[in-house]
Design a binder for this molecule. Structure first.
Ligand SMILES: NC(=O)c1ccc[n+]([C@@H]2O[C@H](COP(=O)([O-])OP(=O)(O)OC[C@H]3O[C@@H](n4cnc5c(N)ncnc54)[C@H](OP(=O)(O)O)[C@@H]3O)[C@@H](O)[C@H]2O)c1
Length: 372
């Protein structure tokens, strides 16, 4: 058997998986053979979709990283799910798709999205208004300057509400359930999309070296990238409970064509650079660490909220043409800088494709799970 470099990496992973056990050489060989057989068909591939290239300020290119692109290499009780079928070409997604089509048509469905005034958040709001019949709550901290969002709201007066929310102010977040009730009489949320995030600010670029780290910038990143999605979910989870319907009952309901409310979904906008396993380039301390912590929040909330049939996932949008990626767009390889329309359409497909077994994982724009 020839061992290519990728195979060697694979052997390393296997060795780690079994390091807690004392095993004989024959057992080792047998485990390796089985594992390699299982892994055949999958390939170690280079992904460039987290590319933040040269900024012209001498920063390192965060342009290439290597991940396993299939369900493997997770040495825990949480094996990575297979890539999601975003084009719905397999039978397993049929139930979910039927339910989600019903949800799109449901005038009572409620969608909440942070960071709604620009970038990916704005695009989520726009697409939810176009592609569904429900009500959309767009959260932003300064509605007066959110001209495009106000225009959208004017175009959909009965289906869209702008809610002033500064995500660094816990009281703003805690008051959301009462605001939903006052503004639209809603006591239900179907999707919570935690989009708002920061990578840089007016006086801050992401750190290139340890000496650039400051407690203050680290805290700011944590407040917006980690704490805000957690508190948003804490505030709205009570409105996101849906009934778990057992398979037999599900079939009966389908036969009787009864409406069944699909699981609610919390989607936290993460980033591939928040993956510890995928970090081969370093830098960007505050952003990376705050997103890695967000991933832990996602997994922990997923475990708790499974009891109320709420799915919690992380999403990596790819590198998208927004203000956040603005300073880094020059170095992005051709074809790897997505428009918000494309990225959000992909992420919406993911949100509609996920099932309870996917909860607690992070998915990239193409439906492939990113290891934490
Ligand atoms: N774009 C990419 O290439 C990329 C790649 C990987 C991951 N992501 C993730 O995707 C998400 C969206 O990114 P984006 O590209 O849309 O970013 P963006 O265009 O920079 O927009 C960021 C949004 O977050 C809001 N925000 C920041 N601080 C806030 C606060 N304290 N309270 C309320 N809102 C606040 C901003 O509102 P203001 O206008 O008031 O500042 C803005 O609406 C982020 O979580 C980001 O980490 C993006």
């Amino acid at each position: 058997m020839s061992l290519f470099p990728s195979r060697l990496l694979c052997l390393g992973a296997v060795a780690r998986q079994h390091q807690h056990r004392v095993i004989s050489r024959t057992q080792q060989l047998s485990i390796l053979t089985t594992t390699l057989k299982r892994k055949s068909g999958s390939s170690l591939s280079s992904t460039l979709d987290c590319t933040y290239g040269k900024t012209g300020r001498g920063s390192r290119s965060l342009s290439s990283s290597t991940v396993w692109r299939s369900s493997q290499q997770q040495p825990s009780s949480h094996p990575l799910p297979s890539p999601l079928d975003l084009d719905n070409s397999t039978a397993t997604t049929t139930t979910t798709t039927t339910l989600n089509l019903a949800r799109r048509a449901d005038v009572d469905a409620v969608y909440v999205c942070t960071g709604a005034n620009r970038g990916l958040g704005f695009e989520f709001v726009r697409q939810l208004l176009t592609e569904t019949h429900g009500t959309v709550y767009g959260l932003c901290r300064d509605p007066e300057s959110a001209h495009e969002l106000v225009a959208l709201s004017d175009a959909h007066p009965n289906r869209m509400h702008i809610v002033r929310t500064d995500l660094t102010v816990p009281a703003d977040i805690a008051s959301l359930p009462s605001k939903l009730s006052e503004m639209g009489g809603h006591e239900r949320v179907d999707f919570l999309i935690n989009t708002a995030g920061i990578l840089h600010g007016s006086n801050h670029m992401p750190e290139r070296a340890l000496r650039e780290v400051t407690a203050e910038w680290m805290e700011t990143n944590f407040k917006i990238n980690t704490v805000a999605p957690l508190l948003m979910t804490q505030a709205l989870a009570p409105l996101m409970k849906t009934k778990v319907v057992r398979k037999k009952k599900q079939q009966q309901q389908q036969q009787q064509q009864q409406q069944q409310r699909p699981p609610s979904v919390v989607a936290n906008l993460s980033a591939r650079v928040g993956s510890i396993g995928d970090n081969r380039l370093g830098g960007w301390y505050s952003y990376r660490i705050s997103k890695a912590a967000q991933n832990m929040a996602t997994r922990t909330m997923a475990l708790e909220l499974a009891r109320q049939n709420t799915i919690v996932i992380g999403l990596h949008p790819g590198t998208v043409r927004t203000g956040l990626s603005g300073p880094f767009q020059k170095g992005v390889a051709e074809g790897k800088l997505f428009e918000p329309e494309f990225s959000v359409a992909q992420m919406r497909k993911i949100i509609e494709a996920v099932e309870p077994t996917h909860s607690g994982h992070c998915f990239a724009w193409d439906g492939v799970c990113i290891p934490f």
